[in-house]
Each structure stands twice: as C-alpha cells, then as structure tokens.
Design a protein around this ligand. Structure first.
Ligand SMILES: *Cc1c(COP(=O)(O)O)cnc(C)c1O
Length: 427
C-alpha cells in the first residue's frame, strides 16, 4: 500500500487526516484520495520517462474526478480522454485543450466536431471510418487536426482478458499490417495530418515482455512509414503499467522506460505516455462500515455498506484489493477467513472472498485499499444506492470533491409519462 495511508496512533490515516473522522462527517461508504500519493506516482513516472523526452497525458478514465484532474494538471500532466464527457471534464479541470489526446473506439460525429471546435491537440484514429469522417468534418469546420493512427500490434498483454486490448481479436486499433495503407490514405486526405503512431495494448501489465514485442513492431512500422515518405514525428505508447495489488514490489517504471529506450529510443520521435492506473490506483481507498457479521452454512460473511456498485473490480475482473480495519487491530489478533460482501441482490456482490481478517463487528470501519483507479468511475446507482461520494486529502486538509446525492436527487431524475402521472397531471 502507498505510504500515504498508514496507521497513526492506531487509526488509519490518509496523509494527516484520520479516515474515521471523515466517516463521521461524510458517512460511509466514501472514496478517499491522497494528493501526496498521486504526486509521488506522477513524479516517479515523469522521472523515468523525462530523459527519453516523454510527455504524460493522464488517462482520465481511471479516475475522472475534476479535483484529481486538476491535481495532475497542476503537476504538468495533459489528458488522454475516450469520450466528449471526459474531454469536457479535463477542460473544466484546467487541462489546456492542446494537451488533450482524444482516443477511443467509435467516436461519434458530435464528438469529433467537439474536438475540432475545442482545439483538442490530437485525435487518435482507430478505424478508416474515423479517418474519413474526421477529414470531412475538419474541412467543413476549416480546421486542421494532427492525428495518430492507433495500431493493433497483435500482442498478448498477459493480463486479465477483459483488459487486454492489443490482440488481433480485440476491437481496438487498426491491424498493424494494414497500417501503411491507412497512413498513406491519411496523408492524402485534407484537414488531417498523420503525425503519430499510437498503441495501447492493455491494462494492469506487470510483466513488461509484451511492451517489448509491441514497441519493437511499432519501431519497424515507423521505419517502413518513413521509407514511404510519411514523416512520423511522434509515438503515443499508451498506458497499462500495472500496480501491485497484493502489496508485492511494484512494477518498476525504470524497467519500463528502459524497454522504451531500447525499442524506440533511436527513432528520434517525441514520446507520449498515457498512464492511468499507475498514477491513481494506490492513491485511493474505499471506506465502509460493517453492517453485519453472518455465519452461513459453509462460509462466514462480513456484510458492509459498500458494494459491487461502488467498486466493481472484484466481481468484474476477479481483482484482489487489500482490506484493512480503520482502527488498527491488536498485535497478534487472530484472523478468520471471511467473504466481504455488500447488501446488493447479486451473488457477484463481493469485495473479497476467502479473506483472512482480524475480528470485526457491526459498526467497524473497513478500508479497501488500492481503489483509486477504476473505482468511483465505474460506480453505479444499482439497487438505487446513492453514488458513492469522493474526498480528496492534502496534508491535514480534506474536502468532499463529489458529494453523495440525496435520495430526492437520485430518484427525482425519473420522469412520469403523462399517462401515468395521475389526476393532477402535474408531473
Ligand atoms: C485505458 C487507456 C489507458 C490507460 O490504461 P491504464 O492501464 O489505466 O494505464 C491509456 N490509453 C488508452 C488509449 C486507454 O484506453
């Protein structure tokens, strides 16, 4: 776990703030992020890639709270976005549009128009349809858009199947063998200028061999494109650098940078990196309260007020997240093996299975750690549970950066059609 979450006087703190104190004020469940942890990961990544001339565009989808975006923008990050909504968040949080890269499969016409009108720095093209459409729109709007073409290098990222994106069978990018033809087409089209090759082979990579294979293939492609007279000046190497959810040694960004240097370092290309998870995963915890401890016929359940709608990674990706009591257990406390579950009506509603936990009782606070990435952003209101709020800490200060909606706000979003509105008909 990040050093910024630690027990101080027997109570788990985020930097200098007692998580139990936040719980008293905000209620549970809530996410809590540490500014210091984000800054530390950012600086570590930057130190590894800056000598290669690399720039960082934070992948907004990992955690898109505007306070997090503003924190990263303040550290110098641009943004990698995959929807107009994310682009708008990044702009609203103070990321200059020219430092935003618009990635993603299946961009709509409205999204491309938004990118053109807002002055987004680069659009990453993932299909020939994207390319033709963007060219037509750019001409119509009198704009000129630098583009990257995202290639699919057909490499197995050796990660969970649901977050592998660089195999030929995945929907992402353009088959690397077809890339020279698509680049030639792009070079001939008005309104767009192909300046970069992009790739992103998957998320939560802990073994970096796939990067080595993928970047080598891209280097070969860049040489071939240049021989065809297409002057590639930039490489967008994507994200995917993993974190250690089990508390082992973190994947080493210096080793990653070394692979980058060895494979594409001699191409004289400006490099762009799009880390998401690496920068924020360890910077967040999800805090909840134990509601019940229940002995089933074969298993023991700790039922808490956080659930799969707040953090879906365990059930969606079979992800492991450490869980700590917010009040430090006594030294040598005996543990028992439990399933930590939420109140949702789904068997998939668990945060941990077969987990050894020290004794817990109703009312105790639990912190699910390493929850800063793909946590709150994937939350939902399933079972009409209010969206989990978010808190950001810096030093001894903290602030609610997304409040919990009230029940009225939550259910008030529905509208009655006139045939159900009843006598008054006022709804
Ligand atoms: C998701 C994504 C990223 C970030 O992935 P992480 O595993 O969070 O680093 C980067 N680039 C693109 C195009 C993505 O879709």
């Amino acid at each position: 776990m990040s050093e910024t979450f630690a027990y101080v006087n027997g109570r788990l703190h985020a930097e200098e703030v007692d998580l139990a104190r936040i719980a008293e004020t905000v209620g549970t469940p809530f996410y809590c992020y540490s500014t210091a942890a984000i800054a530390q990961r950012y600086r570590r990544f930057e130190a590894a890639v800056a000598p290669l001339g690399g720039r960082i565009c934070y992948a907004v989808k990992a955690n898109s709270n505007q306070a997090v975006l503003a924190t990263l923008a303040g550290l110098g990050a641009g943004a990698d976005v995959v929807s107009e909504g994310e682009a708008r968040r990044a702009v609203a949080a103070g990321v200059p549009p020219e430092r935003i890269v618009f990635s993603g499969v299946g961009k709509t016409e409205a999204e491309l128009v938004y990118a053109l009108e807002t002055g987004i720095g680069q659009v990453n093209i993932e299909s020939e349809r994207d390319l033709e459409l963007l060219s037509r729109l750019a001409v119509a709007h009198g704009r000129h858009m630098p583009i990257a073409i995202r290639v699919n290098p057909d490499v197995d990222a050796l990660t969970h199947a649901k977050i592998a994106t660089g195999k030929a069978e995945n929907k992402f990018g353009i088959d690397i063998d077809a890339a020279p033809r698509v680049f030639a087409r792009a070079a001939a089209l008005p309104g767009v200028e192909p300046v970069a090759v992009a790739l992103h082979i998957g998320s939560q990579l802990t073994d970096f061999t796939p990067y080595e294979q993928a970047f080598s293939r891209v280097a070969e492609l860049v040489r071939a494109l240049r021989a065809d007279g297409i002057p590639i000046r930039h490489l967008d190497l994507g994200g995917g650098i993993g974190v250690s959810y089990h508390g082992g040694p973190a994947p080493d960004v210096a080793a990653y940078a070394e692979i980058v240097q060895r494979t594409v370092g001699d191409l004289d290309c400006a490099l762009l990196f799009e880390p998401g998870r690496y920068l924020v995963a360890e910077a967040g915890v999800l805090v909840g309260t134990v509601i019940d401890v229940k002995q089933g016929a074969t298993r023991r359940f700790v039922v808490a007020d956080f659930a799969m709608n707040d953090l879906i990674r365990p059930t969606l990706y079979e992800a492991y997240h450490p869980i700590l009591p917010v009040i430090e257990p006594l030294l040598g406390a005996t543990t028992s093996v439990v399933d930590v579950v939420g109140p949702i009506c789904e068997t998939g509603d668990f945060l941990a299975r077969d987990r050894a936990l020290p004794p817990v009782a109703p009312g105790d606070l639990l912190a699910v750690t390493h929850a800063g990435a793909y946590g709150a952003v994937m939350s939902s209101t399933y079972n009409t549970r209010p969206t989990v709020p978010e808190v950001l800490v810096t030093g001894a200060r903290w602030a609610v950066v997304r409040p919990r909606p009230t029940y009225d706000e939550l259910i008030g979003l529905d509208r009655m059609p006139d045939w159900l509105a009843g006598d008054s008909g006022t709804r």
